[in-house]
Design a protein around this ligand. Structure first.
Ligand SMILES: Cc1ncc(COP(=O)(O)O)c(C=O)c1O
Ligand SMILES: N[C@@H](CCOP(=O)(O)O)C(=O)O
Length: 469
């Protein structure tokens, strides 16, 4: 499989190169040249196999020859061996025909671990084969950062620089990033929003001299390997609920659009998905776009589901590329308008294509809190605020009652104890491996919201530029 840029002006790459590239050199995102399809009998054959086995089957068509089955299979076993649930991503029923897909049993208690535990191993394998070192840069609203730090800490082939918005992540999220002693890890508070952090990461990739000198690599969902790793759990859940013989719908708490994009990819690969529902918090740019046909940035508002406090939703570009029938020129026009005017309006045909696959809805702060309290009282199940946003939308979105609805549970409630306690009066405890998190010493570098200062900090602390090509 080869990878092309959504903006059509960057080199076509093999998987391993796209894995290390991060953003394409034309500012676009890499996508596969075509979507592989799993025939119904192949899908049926996934039933009853371990998560790692299913992952091997789903991911194999996307990788290149460095990831032979002999390399990929043990890598997958190792990646998921540390998850705290034997099913890796179990399904739990919370209402008639409504399930939550628990994606938070990895080391940092959020769905990011599912992809990052694999991505870390894949990158390390490619860097070792090339005898190279990389400088990983990432932006986080709380969960990508901790998952990346956990996946790469102690690695002697990477330095990791994670930008997070100061004061806009939960204390647990912050400590998971800052209370890590490994010298190759740098979590940096930025005086700005997640969108600012993400814009700085993209600016570093678009600054080609800096990018090449530091050998930048990316771990955000701009990296295609993140998306493909997330496709797996859609198949796991779909097959468990009767695919390929029965349709299933997914409701996805959404910010940067990576998770729901993975669902779209699963559908293109043949999984019989009825509806993909984009669930947003008060930062509802995606819900508004689906309603009005205009994508318009209005300013991020802090919420009780901080990981979704995002307006410039990176992966919307990938789905837009598909909705535009892969017209890279048209996409460049829309992205230029976003850069200049903070808004764009996709053509009617593209909006129709999007609405054919996606529904969207939002949950207010009050609806999110009410959902946490009510679901706990009625079923005993404790939702985190991000999952609660999606459950609230799932309950209200028009849907076929005969089709099972799967809500992606993207974080453990203990990552957001204050918000959960405010909603239902109960403070969830951290699991034993994180029980002393609040006592661990933190390192708290802070930088202004300024790309020059950020690049200078990275240049001072990274080792990649010192190693030969
Ligand atoms: C807990 C949680 N839920 C939902 C999301 C939204 O996912 P995505 O950015 O892939 O849309 C995020 C952030 O990515 C998150 O950390
Ligand atoms: N919610 C994310 C934001 C970054 O998203 P990504 O999927 O592009 O890495 C976070 O928790 O950091």
């Amino acid at each position: 499989m080869r990878y092309i840029s959504t903006r059509g002006e960057a080199p076509v790459l093999a998987f391993s190169d796209a894995l290390l590239a991060g953003l394409a050199r034309d500012g676009g995102l890499y996508v596969p040249e075509a979507f592989p399809v799993l025939a119904p009998q192949e899908m049926s054959a996934l039933a009853g196999h371990s998560y790692a086995r299913v992952a091997g089957r789903v991911i194999a068509p996307f990788v290149d020859s460095i990831f032979t089955p002999d390399v990929l299979a043990p890598m997958l076993e190792e990646a998921y061996a540390g998850f705290r649930h034997p099913a890796t991503t179990p399904l739990v029923q919370i209402a008639p025909n409504r399930f939550v897909l628990e994606l938070f049993h990895g080391p940092t208690l959020a769905f990011k671990d599912v992809a990052m535990q694999l991505l870390g191993r894949m990158m390390d394998h490619v860097l070792a084969a090339r005898d190279q070192h990389a400088t990983i840069v990432g932006a986080t609203s709380g969960d990508t950062g901790s998952a990346a730090i956990e996946a790469f800490r102690g690695s002697n082939r990477t330095d990791v620089f994670i930008l997070y918005p100061a004061g806009r992540v939960s204390e647990v999220q912050r400590r998971q990033m800052t209370a890590v002693p490994d010298a190759n890890v740098h979590a940096i508070a930025i005086d700005g929003t997640f969108d600012d952090c993400q814009a700085h990461v993209k600016a570093m990739f678009n600054h080609h001299a800096f990018r090449d000198r530091q050998r930048l690599a990316g771990v955000n969902s701009i990296n295609w390997a993140r998306i493909v790793s997330q496709v797996v759990y859609y198949f796991v859940a779909g097959v468990a609920l009767g695919a390929p013989h029965r349709k299933v719908s997914f409701v996805v708490p959404t910010g940067n659009f990576g998770d729901v994009l993975a669902g779209y990819v699963a559908k293109r690969m043949g999984l019989p998905i009825d509806r993909l529902v984009v669930a947003t918090n008060v930062n509802d740019i995606l819900a508004r776009t689906m309603e009005t046909g205009r994508y318009e940035v209005t300013g991020v508002r802090p919420s009780s589901s901080p990981s979704m406090d995002i307006e410039v939703s990176s992966n919307f570009e990938r789905v837009l590329f598909e909705a535009l029938d892969r017209d890279a020129g048209a996409l460049r026009g829309l992205m230029a308008s976003l850069g200049q005017a903070g808004a764009f309006s996709p053509p009617t045909s593209a909006m129709e294509a999007l609405r054919a696959d996606f529904d969207a809805g939002r949950a207010s702060e009050a609806q999110t809190a009410e959902t946490i309290a009510r679901v706990r009282a009625e079923t005993g199940y404790l939702l985190d605020p991000h999952t609660a946003v999606a459950v609230s939308v799932a309950e209200r979105v028009a849907h076929d009652p005969h089709v099972p609805q799967v809500v992606l549970a993207t974080a453990h409630p203990a990552k957001f104890p204050d918000a959960v306690e405010r909603a239902c009066g109960e403070r969830p405890a951290l699991p034993p491996h994180l029980a002393d998190l609040m006592e661990r010493p933190e390192r708290l570098p802070t930088l202004p919201n300024d790309i020059t200062a950020i690049e200078a900090y990275i240049a001072r602390h990274a080792r990649a530029s010192e190693t030969p090509a």
